[in-house]
Design a protein around this ligand. Structure first.
Ligand SMILES: *[C@@H]1O[C@H](CO)[C@@H](O)[C@H](O)[C@H]1NC(C)=O
Length: 326
């Protein structure tokens, strides 16, 4: 997701060259949020994606330095409590790669994780782990050093357990079967805008709609696409979106068949469609802590929470999952 501006070096550079962002960040951090925020202490500064696991009563988060953590929310949780991240996956075979978008495949009790070589774009993969034991179920290479540059960014899972992984670098979608077998690559002219600068970061957040299609966002153009899976061969269409652009859209979360959350910049947008995602309208916007960079959305007990990439504080890094009040 927002990897293009989040290399640690770039952020350190930003911090060093200007005192203004620091002053701004301190003042922003002091603003008391009226929305509910889950804070948690973490081992790392960058957490790319968070999804609520209702059965496990925990948030699952991915590490930009590679790995997956859980943030358990106890029954007696109160608002002033700072939760704690516990590492559940640290995959030796994937050392050096970032963990990015995740999808909980509930019927198969597993977590799908998009994995990529953040700095050189020379490796992309999809890993699956058992949600109870965290045993790895498969690791599928999607792209390697001899292929075009790639960046596996986010993943969605359909009713049969097939996974669809977006490539933010070369703007394509990999399809992986239920047992991890590599199936196909989906490309479309609609995945690549004409303007070169809009192609710098391509396909990003992806969700599976229960009516049998995918909804995908293209980061820099803000194009929202519908990909019909039911018709034998995938059909790609541009969804006509009114009510404001969706540029810099990142993670997606379908909160009902007609409502979609787009995390990104500004922090969150609510998009609604009443015609099966042929057309859609941005109906609400939310501005959270901008300096923390919203990158993903999830639903916990009927409420939407936005994951923020950047943790703050030293030595204890604190991350924020901020409620997007609808
Ligand atoms: C990412 O993981 C793959 C698969 O094990 C490995 O070959 C590659 O070297 C890793 N990438 C980096 C940047 O370490």
């Amino acid at each position: 997701m927002a990897f293009w501006c989040c290399s640690p070096r770039f952020l350190i550079f930003l911090f060093l060259v200007s005192a203004i962002p620091i002053a701004y960040i301190i003042s922003e951090e002091r603003v008391k949020s009226h929305n509910h925020v889950f804070h948690y202490h973490s081992a790392g500064f960058f957490r790319e994606c968070a999804k609520w696991d209702d059965q496990g009563r925990r948030f699952l988060v991915t590490f930009l330095e590679g790995g997956v953590g859980e943030i358990h929310v106890p029954d007696d949780y109160t608002r002033d409590v700072v939760l704690k991240e516990v590492t559940v996956v640290k995959d030796f075979d994937l050392t050096g790669n970032a963990s990015l978008g995740i999808a909980i495949d509930r019927p198969r009790n597993r977590l799908l994780v998009a994995v990529a070589d953040l700095l050189r774009n020379r490796y992309s993969g999809l890993a699956a782990y058992d949600l109870s034991t965290w045993k790895r179920l498969f690791l599928t290479q999607l792209s390697g050093p001899s292929d075009e540059k790639s960046f596996a960014d986010d993943v969605a899972v359909d009713a049969d357990g097939n996974a669809y992984v977006t490539d933010a670098k070369a703007s394509k979608i990999w399809k992986v079967g239920v047992d991890g077998e590599f199936l196909s690559i989906l490309r479309s002219p609609l995945f690549t805008p004409k303007e070169w600068y809009k192609s710098l970061v391509g396909l990003n957040g992806i969700v599976y709609h229960p009516d049998g299609y995918l909804i995908v966002i293209h980061t820099f153009s803000g194009n929202l696409l519908k990909i019909d899976l039911a018709k034998g061969s995938e059909e790609v269409k541009l969804i006509e979106v009114g009510g404001g652009p969706l540029a810099f859209g990142d993670g997606l979360e379908l909160i009902s068949p007609t409502k979609l959350i787009v995390a990104g910049n500004p922090s969150g947008r609510l998009v609604e469609s009443l015609d099966g995602w042929e057309t859609a309208l941005v109906v609400a916007k939310f501005k959270g802590p901008m300096h923390r960079l919203a990158t993903a959305a999830t639903v916990k007990d009927g409420k939407v929470y936005l994951n923020h990439m950047v943790g703050m504080g030293y030595p204890k890094k604190t991350h924020a999952l901020v409620e997007f009040v609808l």
